[in-house]
Ligand binder design. Structure first.
Ligand code: ATP
Length: 897
């Protein structure tokens, strides 16, 4: 269908919709049923069965399967079945873990799916783009990604970048008239169409959906979209490498154990199984899976705190963040603005009322006045409403702004004086609009009154508007903007800004009849400066504490804002961002510096004001070359490069554009600075938890290997039966390690500086902790074994059972130690009930294996007598006390020194 040839009414008819009311919910449901969702087909994900089978691809599992085969062939059926059962249990555990991780990542994807504004049942609503059907009416503005193929019916300075489709990166200016051509018109030339996946770079528009899903231009070229590759984090990569090293070490040690064992006269089959079990024990094959689970559970906790991770590696980088560069408006402040002061021609008025409540009174020097009695005030207010796209919406308990909050405040101020947009719409017609952008910091409209007079109304940052004005309204007269007037206006701007008010100036310019204005540059020149409206935007109450917590955690907070320097400074001081002696820099100064110059002072600057989005990139680069790990927030199209270049790009969930969100690795659902702090804290916690179970699993493995190695070197019998080693390693270790992944942060998590991004897995003494603890566990287990074995050398099986129980218990005590960088005594074990239950179930499983008669021959166990439990508990607790004791003495000698 050549939609571009049709007039909009024809399109409306063809797709059976109505531009005045949109589709009904019923109609939408039916079309969805008939034509499916608006989605590009993805390659199918592996089925549950495949995922389950994938658990057995692991090298160590294959070794185990081979061992099963050998046992089976040698007629050792019990061994074979037991090994098989353990492999299966382990497979199921891995399968469920992976499923859970995958599901939560999938849910995450859905959460960050794009939303569109659609007109249905006579009302604009936001819905996931997936829900769109042919016939829907949608609207979009700069920064949006177009959700379906649409025929445009209304555009305002609309420009769309279509490189995703046509390869052409220069944006196309759009219009709404039908295009008639003998030949086919190429996609790039269909100027009255907008296509799925393309990006609005400027202006706004409304259109009718004419193609969805695979039935779009994008669908035709995309064929099957591969599902996005699950990204692996730097830590996961490092663990993979570590895994390879550990395999080599484990195989060498295993070989030694086997050879020494055989030389000492052990049976070859017994040593073969012992070797296989040890190899399996030595390699932390569960580690990558548990890391994935810990990451994905952490990501879920972040969602609860309103932070959506779009790229998994960001979870780790978050923990390294040393600088947060944050927007002010809406992120540190509430974005709920109220005009409180108005200034024009040397006079100041105040307005009462809070929030967007439309009741308020005007005062001049504390005396109530009627605004329409004051011509300049009236002009200041009406122009603020005319050059405005916001509207107010009543909810059950509040009034909210649909549109830009700054414009909402201007609208409310106008309504308070009796100049609502409906009232003004009767007298003025907007013929052209030049939308606001944060680089220009102005917005303009061309307005026609009832007598046909045309004029430009501009509003914007006062200092910028002053720069394009040539006269000023003073005492109801138009005066040339002399140096004197200019200084007076500047003083007025600073006066308002120093009270932390956000300022917007209004200006105008009459046009000749039929004068054509083609560009914003032409419109926004030679203006008459009318006055300034000053609005409060109260800081979010939680930000001050969040800034302080970041500071304690060695993270510097920098405010980057398009707002006036003095306003920014006032708010930064209120929030504790700007310390005494801290530098403040404005966009002008920043423009004149190159990155090297900025680098020299960047560590002293806490506030950047009146910046344009491109300055953000410069700031990120300067900070990064000083070795910082930078988190940078943004919302607009132009913020995308800085978001991408930063180490942790953060986009706003509410005010952010699709483009900013796509460039980011983290999205703040509530646009709140405090959420960044929460995400960083969670990022640190996830990393610490990963360290905790690496410590637990590896120390356990070291213990298992050493007890066998020492026994062989001392020419003792095997202290553990192979099947017991497998059990400990694959069943007992798994649950507690998972529970460590869910551990709460230690109290000092945000009391020390950020982690260095290059920090190795074993940094901060972890390697030593693993080896020393593994060594002690090995010795303690061997000691328990030797005591009982020497007591009754004829009952080797009983001594082995004691060793088995000691090993399990030593690990289950150690797991509580792993919760703290200091020692077990620093934390309340009942804080992490998952861990308590995991440990209880591991103990129960062990008791079943020891006491349940049918399992005793399988695991070669014997019921342990009560008095021997004293030995088991004593030996298994020994490592904890020895290490805690050594920690204490080293602390004491440190203190003495
Ligand atoms: P931040 O970067 O912290 O979010 P900001 O919202 O103040 O700060 P911009 O949106 O770039 O940054 O606004 C810069 C300046 O432009 C504001 O200080 C204000 O004077 C002016 N301004 C903001 N919104 C509008 C608008 N809708 N129309 C005209 N001028 C505006």
């Amino acid at each position: 269908m050549k939609w571009y040839e049709l007039r909009s009414e024809e399109v409306e008819k063809k797709v059976n919709t109505s531009l005045s009311s949109g589709l009904s919910d019923h109609e939408v449901k039916q079309r969805q049923k008939q034509f499916g969702y608006n989605e590009l087909k993805e390659a199918e994900r592996p089925s549950a069965l495949l995922l389950f089978l994938a658990q057995f691809k692991d090298f160590m599992v294959l070794v185990l399967l081979a061992a099963t085969l050998v046992s089976g062939l040698l007629g050792e059926y019990i061994d074979a079945i037991a090994i098989m059962a353990i492999v299966l249990i382990n497979g199921f555990l891995g399968f469920f873990q992976e499923r859970k991780a995958e599901k939560s990542l999938q849910a995450l994807k859905e959460l960050s799916a794009p939303q569109v504004n659609v007109f249905r049942n006579n009302e604009w609503v936001r819905t996931p783009s997936k829900e769109l059907v042919v016939g829907d009416i949608i609207k979009f503005t700069s920064g949006d990604r177009i959700g379906a193929d649409i025929r445009l019916v209304n555009v305002k300075s609309l420009e769309i970048e279509e490189s995703a489709l046509t390869g052409e990166s220069v944006p196309v200016t759009k219009q709404v008239d039908p295009i008639r051509d003998e030949d086919d018109v190429s996609l790039g030339d269909q100027e009255n169409m907008a296509f799925m996946g393309t990006m609005v770079t400027r202006g706004s528009g409304v259109g009718i959906v004419v193609g969805t899903g695979m039935d779009t231009a994008m669908g035709q070229i995309a064929e099957l979209l591969q599902t996005a590759q699950t990204m692996i984090t730097p830590l996961q990569r490092r663990l993979e490498q570590l895994g390879k090293i550990l395999i080599t070490v484990a195989l060498i040690l295993t070989l030694i154990v086997v050879v020494v064992g055989v030389i000492n006269g052990h049976e070859v089959y017994e040593m073969f199984l012992a070797g296989v079990s040890l190899a399996v024990a030595a390699i932390p094959e569960g580690l990558p899976a548990i890391v994935t689970v810990a990451l994905s559970l952490g990501v879920q906790r972040m969602i609860k705190k309103n932070a959506i991770v779009r790229r998994l590696p960001a979870v780790e980088t978050l923990g390294c963040a040393s600088v947060i560069c944050s927007d002010k408006t809406g992120t540190m402040t509430q974005n709920k603005m109220t005009v409180t002061h108005l200034w024009s021609g040397g006079k100041t008025w105040t307005v009462s009322g809070t929030g967007y409540d439309v009741n308020g009174k005007f005062f001049a020097e504390e005396k109530e006045i009627i605004p329409s009695d004051h011509k300049t005030l009236q002009q200041l207010l009406t122009f603020g409403v005319l050059c405005n796209n916001a509207s107010l919406k009543r909810t059950d308990d509040d009034i909210i702004v649909d549109g830009d909050p700054t414009e909402g405040a201007l609208l409310v101020a106008g309504i308070k004086a009796g100049f609502s947009n409906e009232f003004l719409a009767n007298q003025f017609e907007i013929v052209e609009e030049f939308p606001f952008d944060s680089a220009r910091k102005m917005m303009s409209v061309i307005v026609k009154d009832r007598s046909g007079n045309q004029f430009v109304v501009t509003k914007g940052a006062p200092d910028v508007l002053l720069g394009v004005s040539k006269s000023v309204l003073w005492d109801h007269k138009q005066q040339t903007l002399s140096r004197d007037y200019e200084n007076k206006i500047k003083d007025a701007i600073e006066g308002l800004a120093s009270n932390a008010l956000r300022t917007i100036a209004v200006g105008f310019k009459p046009l000749r009849p039929n004068q054509q204005i083609v560009s914003e540059r032409e419109a926004e020149s030679d203006l008459t400066f009318i006055g300034i409206q000053g609005m409060i935007d109260p800081p979010r109450p939680e930000v001050r504490a969040a800034v302080k917590e970041c500071k304690d955690a060695g993270i510097k907070t920098i405010m980057i804002t398009g707002d006036h320097l003095v306003t920014a400074k006032a708010i930064a001081t209120q929030l504790g961002i700007l310390p005494a002696g801290g530098k403040v820099l404005d966009g002008n100064a920043l423009s004149k510096m190159d990155v090297e110059e900025l680098e020299n002072i960047v560590d002293d600057v806490y506030v950047y004001a009146r910046v344009s989005p491109e300055h953000k990139l410069k700031i990120v680069k300067a900070l990064q070359s000083r070795g910082h790990i930078v988190a940078m927030t943004g919302d607009g199209v132009n913020d995308a490069p800085a978001i991408k270049a930063s180490d942790i790009g953060i986009a706003m969930g509410i005010t952010g554009t699709d483009v900013a969100k796509e460039a980011s690795s983290l999205v703040l659902l509530d646009d709140n600075f405090a959420t960044i702090r929460a995400a960083i804290k969670e990022g640190r916690n996830i990393y610490e938890n990963i360290r905790k179970f690496i410590r637990y699993l590896l120390a356990s493995n070291v213990g298992e290997i050493l007890v066998m190695l020492f026994a062989m070197l001392m020419a003792l019998p095997l202290p553990l039966v192979p099947i017991q080693i497998l059990w400990v390693n694959l069943v007992t270790d798994g649950l507690p390690a998972m529970a460590l992944g869910l551990d709460q942060p230690e109290g000092n998590l945000m009391k020390h500086g950020p982690r260095h991004p290059k920090e190795g897995v074993f940094a901060r003494g972890l390697g030593w902790k693993i080896i020393s603890r593994g060594f002690l566990i090995g010795i303690a287990t061997l000691a328990a074994f030797m005591v009982v074995y020497h007591r009754d050398p004829n009952n080797l099986g009983y001594a082995q059972t004691i060793a088995f129980a000691t090993l399990v218990m030593a690990q289950l005590i150690h797991v509580f130690d792993c919760r703290s960088e200091r020692s077990i005594f620093h934390r309340n074990p009942f804080q992490n009930m998952y861990l308590v239950w995991a440990v209880i179930s591991s103990i129960l499983l062990m008791l079943i294996v020891i006491y349940y008669p049918p399992l005793q021959p399988v695991f070669k166990t014997y019921a342990i007598e009560p008095r021997d439990w004293l030995l088991v508990i004593g030996m298994s607790a020994l490592p904890t006390f020895l290490l805690a004791g050594s920690l204490l003495t080293s602390k004491k000698s440190e203190a003495r020194a």
